[in-house]
Design a protein around this ligand. Structure first.
Ligand code: PLP
Length: 430
């Protein structure tokens, strides 16, 4: 189905040189079968594989490419920055500009520091939260993914759900002893934990719109309860906005929900396709970081001018094109187009959507709000659907637990093409 000669050949070579043939596990297609496509280029909403076949892309590199592939303004900014040199290991003007832009968009991030990935952003935010509060415990929610830092690899989202592993080998028990895991959508469990351990909790970290175990939008009351509980106990609330930041609104999920965290982490969109992460918070918290404070955190390539240029250019495109309004309109249009198609599906398929993020949930009894596991039958259905879509030139995320991403490069015609392909694929699965 997906075996294409050049991709298959590259995969064979990759498997000898790289564990599993990939640099990040979900890319290996293990959850859907077949061999991964090697991508040679992208333009707008489309990618082209090593065999010259073109696909409508609903992955968009898992979020960073909110302006689409190879956006001319982003490429021009990167080229201009490249000409001046790639990295200096010294401060540069572009990082000041991007930090100011983050602060203007996201007032809770009074100060920000740049790193090179979302994982690093989360690791660093947690370290500074522990330093600031003088406490050790960290609370996370089952199904939320916060990168692959040791102490957060507990009940952590799609890659792990797909692999059926609650956790990871290589993480000493002692590392996760200070991590508590709560279910989403459950005020009673939250209250019980704070009752027992509130005075020991340094921070609670959550994806305010969880998007790594399908898409699990939370009830406002639940998130408000979380804000109250953390404030009352002196724990910091960390919004992991690595996906939602600069995607769901200029001010991320915090703006969309009207809830202000103490710390926030960013990645993906903020790097415009280059390796960038950032974390930010109130001045007194961020002041704990070295060199002013006693909390060490550093990075050779952090804030490098080329990555900063890509991030700035991407934010410019979003501002100039009234991006957030357009992305919401695109999502709403897709929702309208898909409704009749999903109503005719031979098995339950629900569209869950928040702005330009959407998920085709195959759960039999409605879309869940917690990290519910899909049955074997539903997982098989997704694998079949994935390949039926690929055969029709549509590239979905290769896992039933992954959300899809729309970009400013997706047109109404693209949404129509997606809808027609999904209708035909579902009909074929009858
Ligand atoms: C992707 C992601 C991360 C990790 O970012 P990397 O750049 O892959 O290290 C952290 N948190 C969330 C919510 C993510 O989606």
């Amino acid at each position: 189905m997906t075996s294409s000669d050049r991709s298959a050949e590259l995969y064979e070579r990759a498997r000898r040189a790289i564990p599993g043939g990939v640099s990040s596990p979900v890319r290996a297609f293990r959850a859907v079968g077949g061999t991964p496509l090697f991508i040679a280029r992208g333009a707008g909403a489309r990618i082209t594989d090593a065999d010259g076949r073109s696909y409508l892309d609903l992955v968009c590199s898992w979020g960073p490419l909110i302006a689409g592939h190879a956006h001319p303004a982003v490429l021009a900014a990167v080229r201009a920055a490249l000409e001046r040199g790639t990295t200096f290991g010294a401060p540069c003007e572009a990082e000041v500009e991007l930090a100011e832009r983050v602060n203007a968009a996201y007032p809770a991030a009074e100060q920000v520091r740049f790193v090179s990935s979302g994982t690093e952003a989360v690791m660093s935010a947690i370290r500074v939260a522990r330093a600031f509060t003088g406490r050790d415990l960290i609370v996370k929610f089952a199904g939320c993914y916060h990168g692959h830092a040791d102490h957060l690899l507990v009940a952590a989202g799609s890659g792990l759900a797909t692999l059926g592993k609650p956790s990871s080998a290589g993480v000493p028990r002692a590392f996760t002893e200070c991590t508590r895991v709560l279910p989403l959508d459950d005020e009673a469990a939250l209250a019980a934990l704070f009752e027992r351990d509130g005075a020991r909790i340094a921070a609670v970290i959550i994806e305010p719109v969880p998007a790594n175990h399908g898409l699990l939008p939370q009830r406002r009351e639940f998130l408000e309860a979380l804000r109250r509980a953390t404030r009352a106990s002196g724990a910091l609330l960390i919004f992991d906005e690595v996906i939602s930041g600069f995607r769901l609104a200029r001010g991320g999920a915090a703006e969309l929900l009207g809830i202000t965290p103490d710390l926030a982490t960013f990645g993906k969109v903020i790097g415009g396709g280059m390796p960038v992460g950032a974390f930010g918070g109130a001045r007194p918290v961020m002041a704990r970081l070295a060199p002013d404070g006693d909390t060490y955190q550093a990075g050779t390539l952090s804030g490098n001018p080329v990555a900063m240029a890509a991030g700035l250019a991407t934010l410019d495109v979003l501002e100039r094109e009234a991006g957030w309004g357009r992305l919401e309109a695109l999502g709403a249009e897709l929702e309208r187009l898909l409704a009749p198609v999903l109503a005719r599906a031979p098995f339950p398929v629900q569209l869950v959507r928040v702005g330009s993020l959407f998920w085709l949930s195959l759960h039999e009894q409605g879309a869940p709000r917690t990290a519910a596991a899909l049955g074997e039958r539903e997982t098989r259905r997704f694998a079949t659907l994935f390949h039926a879509m690929l055969a029709r030139g549509v590239y979905l995320p290769p896992s039933a637990y992954e959300a899809c991403f729309l970009s400013l490069a997706h047109s109404s015609a693209d949404l129509g093409e997606f809808t027609a392909a999904l209708g035909a694929a579902l009909a074929e699965l009858k």
